[in-house]
Each structure stands twice: as C-alpha cells, then as structure tokens.
Design a protein around this ligand. Sequence first.
Ligand code: KG4
Ligand code: ZN
Length: 333
Amino acid sequence: MSIILGIESSCDETSAAICIDGKICSNIIANQTVHEKFGGVVPELASRAHQQNIIPTVEQAVRAAKVHKNDIDAVAFTRGPGLLGSLLVGTSFAKGFALARNIPLIDINHMQAHILAHFIEEPAPEFPFLCLTVSGGHTQLVLMKDYFQMELIGQTLDDAAGEAFDKTAKILGLPYPGGPLIDRYAQRGNANAFAFPEPQISGLNFSFSGLKTSILYFVQKMEAEQPNFIHDHLDDICASVQARIVSILISKLKRAAEATGVMDIAVAGGVSANSGLRAAVTELGEEQGWRVFIPRFEYCTDNAAMIAIAGHYKYLARDFVGQDVAPQARYGL
Ligand code: KG4
Ligand code: ZN
C-alpha cells in the first residue's frame, strides 16, 4: 500500500491531495482571489498567498483523507513549469516534509500531470492516446506512449488558448480569469453573430495572438460607432470568440488524429472545462469514431490530485529526486 501527498503551487491555486494506492482520497484547492482586480496573476502576491495557504491546505487534505501524516510514504510536488516564486513555496514545503519524515521526494512536471489526470477515474484512455492540453500558459498536442513517455507533436507559437480567453475577457472589461465568464456568457449568445479570422498555421501548431488583435480592433471600432456595443452584445461577442477559439483547437486535433491514426482522444488543462470545447470534441468524436476522454471539472483546472496521481506512477517506478532538486519556471515535457 502507498500513500502519496501531492502538492501543487505553480500559479494561483494552492492545492494538496492524498492518493492511496492510485485512488484520490482528498483534493483541497485554495483559490486566490487577490488577482481579480489586477486582470491577471500578480506573481509576488501569488507567492505570498501560497505561503499563507500551504500549511492549512495540507492539513485539510490529510484530515479529509482520514490518514495520519506519519503514514505518508512519499511527497510529490510540482517542479515546473510555472511562476518561480509560487513553485518555490510548494517545492520548499515538499523538501522539508520529506526530510522531516525521511520519505522519498517526487518531482512532477505540471503539464504531464494535467494529462495524467485522466488516470484519476475510470474509464481511462489506453496507450497510445492523443492529448490536447489547453491551459492558461500552454496549448499542446501530445502523443502519449506511456505514463512518462510522451511526444510533443504540436504547440502554440504565441499565446495559449487560455490566454486567448483571458485577454479577450480583459478587452471586454471582465475580471480575471475571464475564461469561465466568457463560457457563461457564450451559452446565451449567437456564435455566428460576429466572424473572427482563423489563423493559417501549417502543421499541428497553433497561434492565437492574431485573433486577440482582431478582437481588440473590432471592439474598438464598434465602440467608436456605438458606445454601448460591448454591453449590448456581450453574449454574442463571447459566443463568437469562443466558437473561433474552439474551431482552431478542434481542426488541429482532427488533423493530429488523422496523422497519428490514434483513436483514443483526451483533452486536459483548465480550458477543457469550457462547455463549447467539451461539446465540440464530443461531437467530433462521435463523427470520427473516437473514444473521447475529458476529466471531471475539478481535475481540469489546477489541482493537486493530478500531482498525486502522477506521483503514484513515479512511486511505482521508484523514480525519486534528492534534496538538491530545484523548481524550474520553464520546464519542457
Ligand atoms: O490549467 P489551468 O487551471 O492553469 C494553468 O496551468 O494555466 O488553466 C487556467 C486557464 C485560464 O486561462 C482560464 O481562463 C481557463 O483555464 N479556463 C477556461 C474555463 N475554465 C478555466 N477557459 C474557458 N472556459 C472555461 N470554462
Ligand atoms: Zn495547469
């Protein structure tokens, strides 16, 4: 039997989870609201909030899983990618915890963990499978050959899909993070109301910065003509923008499936919580005969359950790191 404590602190969520024999028994997430009024995550404020939240979050995760700290066999933590000051809090905590209890330390790549979140619950995809990972900082198409054997076959050349949502929200005067709000307004709007351009990027890579610029110019032009344009058309703007972001993602996913011949298709990361994306992937999957896998909402956005499950698989492989391990803001797959 193995009990793994997972720690996530890469961005603006402090999270701790307990995994017993591959089963998630608790997943506590402390969200940081201090960033809302700044229109994005303020790194210094994020680090301070992690510092305040980490101990109570871990205590709560241990209590909720009905285990004792002495029974924990290993501690897994997010090593990167992410904000360095935020990563340092989780890394330092994990190191101290492992040292004090004389248990192994397991470093986890946050982007790998988003994909491995698919192994938290049944049914799980089978190798090889394709994963579209869409978060606030990354947009990746990954061919998963085994738990830690993966090939990056496509990625964004500029902004991430989540950034496209968040920057659009900022243009529209909505608070951070804007993705969930755009999703909510989009559900009441007409996706064909306004046409935004689809970037012409060859192969399996993505680009979202041109879309962001075209939205900015469009909104500025319309507001000059009709001062209440955003207010009066918010639902339709959100629905149209969301439809374009989703169509960009879907067309590359379809192309990647064709290129690899893989039929198990997974979506991971915060943007996989988007209702338009979930519906579009499900619909395309039915048309293409894919098996589609999308984690439950709480395992899509940043959480420690995905760190703990990734830690479980590394624990089985006895893949540990020493006390000299350092967090890495930039950290490839
Ligand atoms: O994976 P995640 O929680 O954190 C990172 O690793 O970046 O992803 C956060 C991103 C943010 O950009 C947020 O706006 C976006 O996921 N997001 C959504 C939705 N929920 C979260 N975007 C669109 N629709 C949603 N429902
Ligand atoms: Zn993430």
